[in-house]
Design a protein around this ligand. Structure first.
Ligand SMILES: Nc1ncnc2c1ncn2[C@@H]1O[C@H](COP(=O)(O)OP(=O)(O)OP(=O)(O)O)[C@@H](O)[C@H]1O
Length: 323
């Protein structure tokens, strides 16, 4: 079932042209230019999918997420999320989605996060029993415990981020727009946020569109990626396929029984350290190289892997930025 459908979405911003002569006339009628932040973007996302939305700075990711969550009106194009038109901001729509922005602070600074939770309970009209069940679940998934009852200003960045995430999830949204949810967090806090998203999606069959410059977020959560460059979609497909067709290279790691020197004709990339041999070969060559080694050397173990997914994604994003 399609949960998010975006058709030919464009969003332009009007910005004041700087460097003009001063004067009352210019102040009252400034010269404006149009910045095309997002152009002709089309994609759809099915129920229960976690889609990584990546691209260089300024590519248009946040603009798309703001259009999808109804914060911004599209300049043109059509968006359907759960059967709603987001910018109409109907209550039934707002109670089924959430937009989490890594740098946003919705918690009241001088009060414990719990007080902000109670405010959200009232805003979203969450019944007492549901509120108790959900806060218990979020406390467990995000290890909130005692953190919830300290004033927010006393919390560490990571503790605050986990509370922010919980506050944004109290109404149990079916669709999550996550804009850099791990921004500025240490490794443990990043892990906590990732496993939270994974568990939440598993428990509630939620749909997630996730932006992050931490590619670990994408590779550990998403099975599909959308790459955007200069406001246009440059790639939409399975994360695994990026490796398949983009990168021919394979890495063969061989463990030998004895440390005898290995020679594979034509393979200059071969590196050997005692009984461990590592060879980089094209996908086409990989099986012939493996066969040669198995036929000529005492092999204890052999593994063939593609290049690290992070490398692939990084190169693809850089390419999108140049396009
Ligand atoms: N309110 C605004 N007024 C004018 N231009 C804007 C506004 N918001 C964003 N832009 C411009 O629109 C383009 C896309 O910005 P956007 O924030 O969507 O990119 P992004 O992919 O989320 O970037 P980042 O990875 O740096 O967060 C950029 O050129 C940005 O400068």
């Amino acid at each position: 079932m399609t949960v998010i459908a975006v058709r030919e979405l464009s969003r332009h911003y009007r910005v004041r042209i700087s460097g003009q002569r001063r004067g009352l006339r210019r102040l009252l009628r400034p010269r404006l230019s149009t910045v095309p932040a997002v152009q002709d973007v089309s994609f759809s996302v099915g129920a229960g999918e976690i889609v990584g939305f990546v691209g260089p700075n300024g590519a248009g990711k946040t603009t798309v997420l703001k259009c999808l969550s109804g914060v911004l009106h599209p300049t043109s194009g059509a968006i359907d999320v759960l059967g709603f038109t987001p910018h109409q901001r109907q209550r039934d729509f707002l109670t089924r989605i959430t937009l989490v922005m890594g740098q946003r602070n919705q918690l009241l600074w001088d009060l414990p996060a719990w007080d902000s939770f109670l405010a959200n309970q009232a805003i979203y009209s969450i019944g007492a029993a549901d509120f108790r069940t959900t806060t218990d679940e979020l406390t467990e998934l995000l290890s909130l415990g005692s953190v919830l009852h300290k004033p927010v200003r006393q919390l560490s960045l990571g503790e605050r981020a986990r509370c922010e995430l919980a506050a944004a999830m109290l109404h149990r949204p079916a669709v999550l727009f996550l804009d850099e949810p791990t921004l500025g967090l240490d490794f443990d806090a990043q892990d906590a946020v990732r496993s939270f998203v994974r568990d939440y999606v598993r428990r509630h069959a939620a749909t997630v569109l996730l932006t992050s410059h931490y590619l670990d977020d994408i590779t550990s959560l998403a099975s599909r990626v959308l790459i955007i460059g200069s406001g246009r979609i440059a790639y939409d497909g399975a994360l695994g396929d990026l490796v398949g067709f983009e990168h021919e290279e394979r890495v063969l790691t061989v463990q030998l029984e004895t440390a005898e020197p290995v020679v594979v004709p034509g393979m200059d990339s071969l590196r050997q350290d005692g009984t461990t041999v590592v060879i980089r070969a094209s996908r086409a060559e990989a099986s012939a190289v493996a066969a040669h080694i198995l036929n000529h050397y005492p092999v204890r173990d052999i593994a063939i892997a593609g290049p690290p997914l992070d490398d692939v994604l990084r190169k693809k994003i850089t390419k999108a930025a140049r396009a």
